[in-house]
Design a protein around this ligand. Sequence first.
Ligand SMILES: Cc1cc2nc3c(=O)[nH]c(=O)nc-3n(C[C@H](O)[C@H](O)[C@H](O)COP(=O)(O)OP(=O)(O)OC[C@H]3O[C@@H](n4cnc5c(N)ncnc54)[C@H](O)[C@@H]3O)c2cc1C
Length: 406
Amino acid sequence: MSPRHTHYDMIFLGGGCAALSLLVRLLRSGHFSSARFLVIDRDRKKTNDRTWCFWEKGDNYFESVVYRKWEHLNFFSTDFAAPLQLNGYRYKMIRAVDFYSYCLEVLEQSGQVEWVEAAVTEVSRTNNKVMLKGYVGAGAASSPIELTASTAPLASDAAFTWHLDASLVFNSIYKPATTSARQIDLLQHFKGWIIETDLDTFDPYRATLMDFRVNQQEGATFVYVMPFSKRRALVEYTLFTATLLSPAAYEQGLRDYIEKQLGIHSYKVVEEEFGIIPMTTQSFSFYKDGIFNLGTAGGQTKASSGYTFQFIQKQSARIVQQLLHEKPLQTLPGDSRRFHFYDRVLLQVLAKGYWPGDKVFARLFARNSASQIFRFLDNETSLSEELSIISSLPTWPFLKAASSVI
Ligand SMILES: Cc1cc2nc3c(=O)[nH]c(=O)nc-3n(C[C@H](O)[C@H](O)[C@H](O)COP(=O)(O)OP(=O)(O)OC[C@H]3O[C@@H](n4cnc5c(N)ncnc54)[C@H](O)[C@@H]3O)c2cc1C
Protein backbone atom coordinates (compact mmCIF):
# COMPACT_ATOMS: atom_id res chain seq x y z
CA MET A 1 0.00 0.00 0.00
CA SER A 2 1.44 3.42 -0.96
CA PRO A 3 0.39 6.84 0.32
CA ARG A 4 -2.56 8.16 -1.67
CA HIS A 5 -1.19 11.68 -2.04
CA THR A 6 2.20 13.26 -2.57
CA HIS A 7 1.65 16.26 -0.29
CA TYR A 8 0.89 16.12 3.45
CA ASP A 9 1.04 18.85 6.06
CA MET A 10 2.60 16.48 8.58
CA ILE A 11 4.11 13.04 8.20
CA PHE A 12 4.57 10.75 11.21
CA LEU A 13 7.11 7.95 10.91
CA GLY A 14 6.00 5.52 13.61
CA GLY A 15 2.48 5.64 15.00
CA GLY A 16 2.95 4.54 18.62
CA CYS A 17 2.57 6.38 21.90
CA ALA A 18 4.39 9.60 20.96
CA ALA A 19 2.91 10.02 17.48
CA LEU A 20 -0.64 9.25 18.63
CA SER A 21 -0.35 11.49 21.71
CA LEU A 22 0.66 14.42 19.50
CA LEU A 23 -1.73 13.70 16.65
CA VAL A 24 -4.77 13.40 18.92
CA ARG A 25 -3.92 16.71 20.57
CA LEU A 26 -3.48 18.40 17.18
CA LEU A 27 -6.78 17.05 15.86
CA ARG A 28 -8.70 17.90 19.01
CA SER A 29 -7.29 21.43 19.20
CA GLY A 30 -9.60 22.35 16.29
CA HIS A 31 -6.85 24.44 14.68
CA PHE A 32 -5.69 21.98 12.06
CA SER A 33 -9.02 21.03 10.53
CA SER A 34 -7.80 21.56 6.97
CA ALA A 35 -4.49 19.75 7.45
CA ARG A 36 -3.73 16.36 5.93
CA PHE A 37 -1.69 13.86 7.98
CA LEU A 38 0.14 10.68 7.03
CA VAL A 39 1.20 8.02 9.54
CA ILE A 40 3.53 5.20 8.48
CA ASP A 41 3.86 2.31 10.92
CA ARG A 42 4.71 -1.32 10.40
CA ASP A 43 2.05 -2.32 12.91
CA ARG A 44 -1.71 -1.72 12.99
CA LYS A 45 -1.71 -0.96 16.75
CA LYS A 46 -4.55 -3.34 17.53
CA THR A 47 -2.95 -5.42 20.29
CA ASN A 48 -2.12 -4.83 23.93
CA ASP A 49 1.63 -4.76 23.30
CA ARG A 50 2.40 -2.94 26.59
CA THR A 51 0.98 -1.27 29.67
CA TRP A 52 2.05 2.20 30.74
CA CYS A 53 2.35 3.02 34.41
CA PHE A 54 3.13 6.48 35.73
CA TRP A 55 2.41 8.76 38.66
CA GLU A 56 0.72 12.13 38.62
CA LYS A 57 -1.48 14.52 40.56
CA GLY A 58 -4.77 15.39 38.91
CA ASP A 59 -6.11 14.09 35.63
CA ASN A 60 -4.23 12.93 32.57
CA TYR A 61 -4.99 14.14 29.05
CA PHE A 62 -5.88 10.47 28.41
CA GLU A 63 -7.70 10.02 31.75
CA SER A 64 -10.67 8.34 30.03
CA VAL A 65 -8.49 5.34 29.14
CA VAL A 66 -6.80 4.98 32.53
CA TYR A 67 -7.42 1.32 33.40
CA ARG A 68 -6.55 1.42 37.11
CA LYS A 69 -5.20 3.91 39.64
CA TRP A 70 -3.78 3.39 43.10
CA GLU A 71 -3.60 5.85 45.99
CA HIS A 72 -1.38 3.57 48.07
CA LEU A 73 2.04 2.22 47.11
CA ASN A 74 4.49 0.01 48.96
CA PHE A 75 8.25 -0.18 48.66
CA PHE A 76 10.23 -3.22 49.82
CA SER A 77 13.93 -4.01 50.10
CA THR A 78 16.09 -5.79 52.65
CA ASP A 79 17.22 -2.39 54.06
CA PHE A 80 13.93 -0.50 54.05
CA ALA A 81 10.27 -1.32 53.57
CA ALA A 82 7.32 1.01 54.03
CA PRO A 83 4.14 2.45 52.56
CA LEU A 84 5.18 5.49 50.50
CA GLN A 85 4.08 9.06 51.27
CA LEU A 86 2.38 10.04 47.99
CA ASN A 87 1.07 13.46 49.05
CA GLY A 88 -1.62 13.63 46.37
CA TYR A 89 0.12 11.57 43.69
CA ARG A 90 -1.65 8.56 42.27
CA TYR A 91 -0.07 5.71 40.38
CA LYS A 92 -1.94 4.99 37.15
CA MET A 93 -1.99 2.34 34.48
CA ILE A 94 -3.06 2.61 30.85
CA ARG A 95 -3.34 -0.50 28.70
CA ALA A 96 -1.87 0.19 25.26
CA VAL A 97 -4.80 -1.47 23.50
CA ASP A 98 -7.27 0.97 25.10
CA PHE A 99 -5.03 3.92 24.27
CA TYR A 100 -4.57 2.83 20.64
CA SER A 101 -8.24 2.21 20.08
CA TYR A 102 -9.19 5.57 21.61
CA CYS A 103 -6.61 7.42 19.49
CA LEU A 104 -7.38 5.51 16.29
CA GLU A 105 -11.02 6.44 16.66
CA VAL A 106 -10.12 10.15 16.93
CA LEU A 107 -7.95 9.75 13.80
CA GLU A 108 -10.70 7.91 11.95
CA GLN A 109 -13.40 10.42 12.86
CA SER A 110 -11.30 13.35 11.70
CA GLY A 111 -11.13 11.97 8.15
CA GLN A 112 -7.78 13.77 7.90
CA VAL A 113 -5.34 10.97 8.64
CA GLU A 114 -4.07 8.32 6.27
CA TRP A 115 -2.41 5.27 7.89
CA VAL A 116 0.01 3.30 5.76
CA GLU A 117 1.35 -0.01 7.01
CA ALA A 118 5.00 -0.27 6.02
CA ALA A 119 8.47 -0.55 7.52
CA VAL A 120 10.65 2.51 7.00
CA THR A 121 14.37 1.86 6.74
CA GLU A 122 15.66 5.18 5.43
CA VAL A 123 14.47 8.77 5.45
CA SER A 124 15.90 12.04 4.24
CA ARG A 125 14.43 15.51 3.94
CA THR A 126 15.57 18.48 1.87
CA ASN A 127 13.41 21.58 2.10
CA ASN A 128 9.89 20.15 2.01
CA LYS A 129 10.84 17.06 -0.02
CA VAL A 130 10.88 13.78 1.86
CA MET A 131 12.43 10.61 0.51
CA LEU A 132 11.41 7.38 2.23
CA LYS A 133 12.70 3.89 1.64
CA GLY A 134 11.40 0.71 3.18
CA TYR A 135 9.28 -2.31 2.45
CA VAL A 136 5.73 -3.53 2.73
CA GLY A 137 4.51 -7.05 3.39
CA ALA A 138 4.40 -9.67 6.10
CA GLY A 139 7.90 -8.89 7.45
CA ALA A 140 6.99 -5.24 7.92
CA ALA A 141 3.76 -6.11 9.67
CA SER A 142 5.25 -8.53 12.21
CA SER A 143 4.94 -7.11 15.69
CA PRO A 144 8.38 -6.05 16.89
CA ILE A 145 10.02 -6.25 20.29
CA GLU A 146 12.05 -3.08 20.44
CA LEU A 147 15.80 -3.26 20.48
CA THR A 148 16.04 -6.90 19.52
CA ALA A 149 13.73 -7.18 16.55
CA SER A 150 15.27 -7.60 13.16
CA THR A 151 13.99 -5.15 10.58
CA ALA A 152 15.10 -7.39 7.74
CA PRO A 153 12.40 -7.88 5.11
CA LEU A 154 11.09 -11.30 4.12
CA ALA A 155 11.61 -12.55 0.56
CA SER A 156 7.95 -11.84 -0.19
CA ASP A 157 8.15 -8.19 0.94
CA ALA A 158 8.15 -5.40 -1.64
CA ALA A 159 10.70 -2.61 -1.38
CA PHE A 160 9.61 0.97 -2.01
CA THR A 161 11.05 4.42 -2.48
CA TRP A 162 8.49 7.17 -2.00
CA HIS A 163 8.98 10.85 -2.79
CA LEU A 164 6.56 13.00 -0.82
CA ASP A 165 6.44 16.54 0.41
CA ALA A 166 5.44 17.74 3.84
CA SER A 167 5.73 20.86 5.98
CA LEU A 168 6.65 18.84 9.09
CA VAL A 169 8.08 15.36 9.55
CA PHE A 170 7.97 13.67 12.97
CA ASN A 171 9.94 10.49 13.61
CA SER A 172 9.39 8.13 16.54
CA ILE A 173 11.20 5.09 15.16
CA TYR A 174 14.00 4.49 17.63
CA LYS A 175 17.40 3.25 16.51
CA PRO A 176 19.98 2.46 19.20
CA ALA A 177 23.30 4.14 18.35
CA THR A 178 26.62 4.88 19.94
CA THR A 179 27.04 8.62 19.98
CA SER A 180 30.14 8.88 22.19
CA ALA A 181 32.88 6.63 23.49
CA ARG A 182 31.70 7.37 27.04
CA GLN A 183 28.10 6.38 26.38
CA ILE A 184 26.58 4.19 29.09
CA ASP A 185 23.98 1.66 27.96
CA LEU A 186 21.81 -0.38 30.27
CA LEU A 187 18.53 -2.05 29.46
CA GLN A 188 15.40 -2.12 31.52
CA HIS A 189 14.03 -5.53 30.65
CA PHE A 190 11.05 -7.20 32.16
CA LYS A 191 8.63 -10.03 31.94
CA GLY A 192 5.16 -9.62 33.39
CA TRP A 193 2.37 -12.04 34.08
CA ILE A 194 -1.22 -11.17 34.79
CA ILE A 195 -2.18 -13.86 37.24
CA GLU A 196 -5.51 -15.03 38.64
CA THR A 197 -5.76 -16.70 42.01
CA ASP A 198 -8.42 -19.05 43.42
CA LEU A 199 -8.63 -17.18 46.72
CA ASP A 200 -8.82 -13.50 47.65
CA THR A 201 -5.16 -12.53 47.77
CA PHE A 202 -4.53 -8.92 46.77
CA ASP A 203 -5.53 -5.54 48.14
CA PRO A 204 -6.80 -3.82 44.98
CA TYR A 205 -6.19 -0.39 46.52
CA ARG A 206 -2.47 -0.93 47.21
CA ALA A 207 0.21 -1.61 44.59
CA THR A 208 3.90 -2.44 45.01
CA LEU A 209 6.09 0.09 43.19
CA MET A 210 9.33 -1.84 43.73
CA ASP A 211 10.17 -4.98 45.67
CA PHE A 212 13.90 -5.64 45.75
CA ARG A 213 13.62 -8.69 48.01
CA VAL A 214 14.75 -10.91 45.13
CA ASN A 215 18.14 -12.18 44.02
CA GLN A 216 20.39 -9.24 43.09
CA GLN A 217 23.24 -11.23 41.56
CA GLU A 218 22.50 -10.07 37.96
CA GLY A 219 22.30 -6.38 39.04
CA ALA A 220 19.39 -4.18 40.13
CA THR A 221 16.39 -6.54 40.09
CA PHE A 222 12.91 -5.88 41.44
CA VAL A 223 9.32 -6.90 41.05
CA TYR A 224 6.27 -4.72 40.92
CA VAL A 225 2.75 -5.84 41.64
CA MET A 226 -0.31 -4.02 40.31
CA PRO A 227 -3.51 -5.60 41.63
CA PHE A 228 -6.66 -5.18 39.54
CA SER A 229 -8.93 -6.99 41.97
CA LYS A 230 -8.64 -9.29 45.01
CA ARG A 231 -7.83 -12.19 42.67
CA ARG A 232 -6.09 -10.63 39.68
CA ALA A 233 -2.79 -8.75 39.42
CA LEU A 234 0.07 -7.88 37.08
CA VAL A 235 3.37 -9.12 38.52
CA GLU A 236 6.41 -7.88 36.65
CA TYR A 237 10.01 -9.11 37.10
CA THR A 238 12.34 -6.27 36.10
CA LEU A 239 16.08 -5.78 35.75
CA PHE A 240 18.33 -2.77 35.05
CA THR A 241 21.33 -4.53 33.50
CA ALA A 242 23.44 -4.55 30.35
CA THR A 243 22.26 -7.86 28.95
CA LEU A 244 19.05 -9.84 28.71
CA LEU A 245 18.33 -13.08 30.60
CA SER A 246 17.20 -16.33 29.04
CA PRO A 247 13.39 -16.51 28.72
CA ALA A 248 13.35 -19.26 31.38
CA ALA A 249 15.18 -17.05 33.90
CA TYR A 250 12.45 -14.36 33.90
CA GLU A 251 9.82 -17.05 34.41
CA GLN A 252 11.80 -18.61 37.25
CA GLY A 253 12.10 -15.15 38.84
CA LEU A 254 8.35 -14.65 38.55
CA ARG A 255 7.51 -18.09 39.92
CA ASP A 256 9.87 -17.71 42.88
CA TYR A 257 8.49 -14.29 43.75
CA ILE A 258 4.84 -15.33 43.46
CA GLU A 259 5.35 -18.44 45.56
CA LYS A 260 7.94 -17.34 48.12
CA GLN A 261 7.27 -13.63 48.54
CA LEU A 262 3.53 -13.45 47.84
CA GLY A 263 2.85 -16.93 49.24
CA ILE A 264 0.59 -17.83 46.30
CA HIS A 265 0.70 -21.50 45.29
CA SER A 266 -2.39 -21.81 43.17
CA TYR A 267 -2.73 -19.36 40.28
CA LYS A 268 -3.00 -19.21 36.54
CA VAL A 269 -1.23 -16.91 34.10
CA VAL A 270 -3.84 -15.21 31.91
CA GLU A 271 -1.66 -12.72 30.00
CA GLU A 272 2.04 -12.12 29.45
CA GLU A 273 4.14 -9.08 28.60
CA PHE A 274 7.81 -8.77 27.74
CA GLY A 275 9.58 -5.50 27.17
CA ILE A 276 12.90 -3.78 26.82
CA ILE A 277 13.40 -0.08 27.42
CA PRO A 278 16.75 1.57 26.65
CA MET A 279 18.45 3.24 29.64
CA THR A 280 21.13 5.12 27.80
CA THR A 281 23.21 8.26 27.81
CA GLN A 282 23.01 8.20 23.99
CA SER A 283 22.64 11.78 22.85
CA PHE A 284 19.29 12.52 21.19
CA SER A 285 18.22 15.51 19.13
CA PHE A 286 14.68 16.84 19.00
CA TYR A 287 15.47 18.36 15.59
CA LYS A 288 17.98 16.91 13.15
CA ASP A 289 18.29 17.00 9.35
CA GLY A 290 14.85 18.53 8.92
CA ILE A 291 13.10 15.93 11.08
CA PHE A 292 11.58 16.27 14.57
CA ASN A 293 12.19 13.27 16.80
CA LEU A 294 9.53 12.26 19.31
CA GLY A 295 9.23 9.77 22.15
CA THR A 296 12.08 7.39 22.87
CA ALA A 297 13.67 8.36 19.52
CA GLY A 298 13.64 11.98 20.69
CA GLY A 299 15.20 11.29 24.10
CA GLN A 300 11.94 11.26 26.08
CA THR A 301 12.80 8.04 27.91
CA LYS A 302 14.27 8.97 31.28
CA ALA A 303 17.67 7.28 31.19
CA SER A 304 17.79 6.43 34.88
CA SER A 305 14.26 5.06 35.26
CA GLY A 306 12.89 4.12 31.81
CA TYR A 307 9.69 6.08 32.48
CA THR A 308 8.60 7.74 29.23
CA PHE A 309 4.82 8.09 29.04
CA GLN A 310 4.54 11.36 30.97
CA PHE A 311 7.57 12.90 29.25
CA ILE A 312 5.85 12.16 25.94
CA GLN A 313 2.67 13.84 27.19
CA LYS A 314 4.55 16.94 28.29
CA GLN A 315 6.47 17.10 25.01
CA SER A 316 3.28 16.69 22.93
CA ALA A 317 1.54 19.49 24.85
CA ARG A 318 4.55 21.79 24.32
CA ILE A 319 4.68 21.04 20.57
CA VAL A 320 0.98 21.80 20.14
CA GLN A 321 1.34 25.10 22.01
CA GLN A 322 4.31 26.04 19.85
CA LEU A 323 2.36 25.30 16.65
CA LEU A 324 -0.75 27.11 17.88
CA HIS A 325 1.38 30.20 18.52
CA GLU A 326 2.92 29.77 15.05
CA LYS A 327 6.42 29.60 16.51
CA PRO A 328 9.08 27.47 14.79
CA LEU A 329 9.37 24.09 16.47
CA GLN A 330 13.16 24.28 16.30
CA THR A 331 13.04 26.93 19.03
CA LEU A 332 11.29 24.65 21.53
CA PRO A 333 13.54 24.61 24.62
CA GLY A 334 15.40 21.32 25.12
CA ASP A 335 15.49 19.21 28.27
CA SER A 336 17.44 20.41 31.29
CA ARG A 337 21.14 19.48 31.18
CA ARG A 338 21.16 19.23 34.98
CA PHE A 339 18.79 16.25 34.92
CA HIS A 340 20.76 14.58 32.14
CA PHE A 341 23.79 14.83 34.39
CA TYR A 342 21.96 13.15 37.31
CA ASP A 343 20.79 10.41 34.93
CA ARG A 344 24.35 9.81 33.74
CA VAL A 345 25.64 9.61 37.31
CA LEU A 346 22.98 7.13 38.41
CA LEU A 347 23.47 5.00 35.30
CA GLN A 348 27.22 4.97 35.89
CA VAL A 349 26.73 3.89 39.53
CA LEU A 350 24.51 1.01 38.36
CA ALA A 351 26.57 0.07 35.29
CA LYS A 352 29.87 -0.01 37.17
CA GLY A 353 28.36 -1.48 40.32
CA TYR A 354 29.72 1.39 42.49
CA TRP A 355 26.74 0.83 44.79
CA PRO A 356 24.02 -1.81 44.44
CA GLY A 357 20.78 -0.65 42.79
CA ASP A 358 18.57 -2.03 45.56
CA LYS A 359 20.46 0.04 48.11
CA VAL A 360 20.30 3.19 45.95
CA PHE A 361 16.50 3.04 45.67
CA ALA A 362 16.07 1.98 49.31
CA ARG A 363 18.10 4.96 50.44
CA LEU A 364 16.22 7.36 48.17
CA PHE A 365 12.80 6.22 49.42
CA ALA A 366 13.89 5.85 53.06
CA ARG A 367 15.28 9.37 53.38
CA ASN A 368 12.95 11.35 51.12
CA SER A 369 9.21 11.41 50.63
CA ALA A 370 8.03 9.50 47.55
CA SER A 371 6.46 12.71 46.25
CA GLN A 372 9.91 14.38 46.28
CA ILE A 373 11.43 11.42 44.44
CA PHE A 374 8.61 11.49 41.90
CA ARG A 375 9.20 15.17 41.25
CA PHE A 376 12.94 14.52 40.96
CA LEU A 377 12.39 11.68 38.46
CA ASP A 378 9.99 13.94 36.55
CA ASN A 379 12.79 16.57 36.21
CA GLU A 380 10.63 19.00 38.17
CA THR A 381 12.63 19.68 41.36
CA SER A 382 14.58 22.84 42.18
CA LEU A 383 18.34 22.79 42.69
CA SER A 384 17.98 23.04 46.48
CA GLU A 385 15.57 20.06 46.52
CA GLU A 386 18.02 18.11 44.37
CA LEU A 387 20.91 18.87 46.73
CA SER A 388 18.83 17.58 49.61
CA ILE A 389 17.99 14.35 47.71
CA ILE A 390 21.62 13.89 46.63
CA SER A 391 22.82 14.37 50.22
CA SER A 392 20.69 11.36 51.21
CA LEU A 393 22.93 9.14 49.04
CA PRO A 394 26.40 7.89 50.01
CA THR A 395 29.07 10.35 48.89
CA TRP A 396 31.89 8.15 47.62
CA PRO A 397 30.15 5.98 44.94
CA PHE A 398 28.24 8.94 43.55
CA LEU A 399 31.27 11.26 43.56
CA LYS A 400 33.29 8.60 41.77
CA ALA A 401 30.53 8.21 39.17
CA ALA A 402 30.07 11.98 38.83
CA SER A 403 33.78 12.57 38.24
CA SER A 404 33.80 9.99 35.43
CA VAL A 405 30.77 11.36 33.56
CA ILE A 406 31.53 15.11 33.68
C1 LIG B 1 6.53 -3.42 27.08
C2 LIG B 1 6.80 -1.97 27.45
C3 LIG B 1 6.26 -1.44 28.61
C4 LIG B 1 6.50 -0.09 28.94
N1 LIG B 1 5.97 0.40 30.10
C5 LIG B 1 6.18 1.69 30.42
C6 LIG B 1 5.58 2.24 31.60
O1 LIG B 1 4.95 1.53 32.39
N2 LIG B 1 5.74 3.56 31.85
C7 LIG B 1 6.45 4.38 31.01
O2 LIG B 1 6.53 5.59 31.27
N3 LIG B 1 7.06 3.87 29.92
C8 LIG B 1 6.94 2.56 29.60
N4 LIG B 1 7.53 2.05 28.47
C9 LIG B 1 8.42 2.93 27.70
C10 LIG B 1 7.70 3.86 26.72
O3 LIG B 1 6.66 4.54 27.36
C11 LIG B 1 7.09 3.11 25.55
O4 LIG B 1 8.08 2.41 24.85
C12 LIG B 1 6.36 4.07 24.60
O5 LIG B 1 5.56 3.27 23.78
C13 LIG B 1 7.33 4.91 23.77
O6 LIG B 1 6.61 5.64 22.81
P1 LIG B 1 7.22 5.92 21.37
O7 LIG B 1 6.18 6.53 20.55
O8 LIG B 1 8.53 6.57 21.53
O9 LIG B 1 7.54 4.45 20.81
P2 LIG B 1 6.47 3.36 20.38
O10 LIG B 1 5.23 3.50 21.15
O11 LIG B 1 7.21 2.07 20.41
O12 LIG B 1 6.15 3.79 18.87
C14 LIG B 1 7.06 3.57 17.84
C15 LIG B 1 6.27 3.05 16.66
O13 LIG B 1 7.15 2.87 15.56
C16 LIG B 1 6.80 1.68 14.88
N5 LIG B 1 8.01 1.24 14.17
C17 LIG B 1 9.16 0.76 14.70
N6 LIG B 1 10.05 0.53 13.73
C18 LIG B 1 9.45 0.87 12.57
C19 LIG B 1 9.87 0.89 11.21
N7 LIG B 1 11.11 0.52 10.85
N8 LIG B 1 9.00 1.31 10.27
C20 LIG B 1 7.73 1.71 10.59
N9 LIG B 1 7.29 1.72 11.86
C21 LIG B 1 8.14 1.33 12.84
C22 LIG B 1 6.33 0.73 15.95
O14 LIG B 1 5.45 -0.24 15.40
C23 LIG B 1 5.63 1.68 16.91
O15 LIG B 1 4.24 1.77 16.66
C24 LIG B 1 7.31 0.71 28.10
C25 LIG B 1 7.88 0.15 26.96
C26 LIG B 1 7.63 -1.17 26.64
C27 LIG B 1 8.30 -1.73 25.39
